[in-house]
Design a protein. Sequence first.
Length: 115
Amino acid sequence: MLCFYNMSRRDSQSAVFKALADDRRREILDLLKDGPKTTGELCAHFARVDRCTVMQHLGVLEAADLVIAKRSGRQRWNYLNVAPMQEIYDRWISQYARPSVELLTRLKRDVESGG
C-alpha cells in the first residue's frame, strides 16, 4: 500500500509542475491569490483568449488540485488551494534553499560585525 501512496503523490506533484509550467495558469493563480473569482471574471481578464481556452487552463489547475471550483447558482467560483504548492516547497525547494539562506545569514553577520 505504501508504494501506491508514493506513486499517487508523485503523480500529483507532476500535475502541479505541469500546471505551473504555463504562464497563463500562473496568472490565473495570481488572480485567485486576492480571493475567489467567478469563471466569467477570469475569462474577462483574458480578453484575447476564448472562454474554452480559459476553461481548459482551469481544468489543468483543478486536476493538479491548485484550484477548487464550487457552483453557486449559475456561477462557478474558483478558489486557490495552496496546499499542493506547499508540498512542492517542502519537498523540493526548502531543502535546496536552506544552505543559501544560511550562507547569506553568515555573510550578513560577518559584514555587520566588520569581520
